[in-house]
Design a protein. Structure first.
Length: 245
């Protein structure tokens, strides 16, 4: 069974309808804030999706052929660190990684996947926190081409193979597909400001076969805007699975 934790009422209802229609893994939608979720609430669930959104991570796991192994996912809110947000960073009340970390400390999931804007300071903190709990961390910056949105996809594996003498989450040059494309490249991405008058290109959303109407409204647009691209996440998950094999 799967647990989807999502505080946004529109997205939570969307999740429930996706479950009813059989489009995503059967499970329970928990509408509470992550601040109210306790480790005991997650017992018995093989998949746990924190900040569940519209189930992009669950769909990505299916596309990647993940199977029944236990896994958590969590794309913490990006607004504190996004170029399009207020850039209040760690002082923003929407910086909810500490709440996710609290649950990871208590429950110790074997594998975690997540996503964030490519902000080096954020990932440095997350990698430090997880490695202190004996997780091996890896990250890549990947691009959703249709939107030209770069996103940092990361994984944490309890135990796992480590490179002796290297801090796994930050240093460039780690063998295989798991290192940065280069720390300087990431910093350039994170710091590139939009020019005056620039607009982030967004996909044109038309009427879809699954019943999403042409007139979407703010609730649906917010859900799309916060969602990951499952196909990109699936490629990242497949890379993780290849490394484990």
């Amino acid at each position: 069974m799967t647990l989807y934790n999502e505080i946004d009422p529109f997205a939570a209802t969307w999740l429930e309808r996706l479950i009813e229609a059989g489009h995503i893994s059967p499970g329970t939608v928990d509408r509470r804030s992550i601040k109210d979720v306790q480790c005991k609430d997650l017992e018995g669930f093989n998949r746990v999706h924190l900040f569940g959104g519209i189930a992009g991570w669950d769909y990505a796991l299916e596309l990647a052929g993940w199977g029944s192994d236990a896994v958590w996912t969590g794309s913490a809110p990006c607004q504190p660190f996004s170029l399009a947000g207020g850039r209040r960073g760690f002082y923003d009340p929407r910086h909810l990684w500490p709440q996710m970390l609290r649950l990871v400390k208590e429950c110790r999931p074997p594998v975690i996947f997540g996503e964030q804007v490519p902000n080096l300071e954020w990932w440095d903190e997350v990698a430090d926190d997880l490695e202190a709990l004996d997780y091996t961390c890896r990250a890549e910056v990947r691009t959703a081409v249709v939107q030209r949105r770069r996103r940092l996809f990361w994984s944490a594996h309890l135990g796992g193979a480590r490179v002796e003498g290297q801090k796994q989450g930050v240093h460039p040059g780690i063998a295989g597909p798991w290192g940065w494309r280069g720390e300087a490249d990431l910093q350039a991405i994170a710091r590139s400001p939009m020019e005056p008058g620039d607009r982030w290109p967004q996909p044109i959303v038309r009427r879809l076969d699954d019943g999403v109407p042409t007139s979407l409204g703010k609730g649906a647009l917010r859900c799309f805007g916060n969602a990951i691209v499952p196909q990109v996440a699936a490629e990242f998950i497949r890379s993780f699975m290849e490394v484990q094999q």
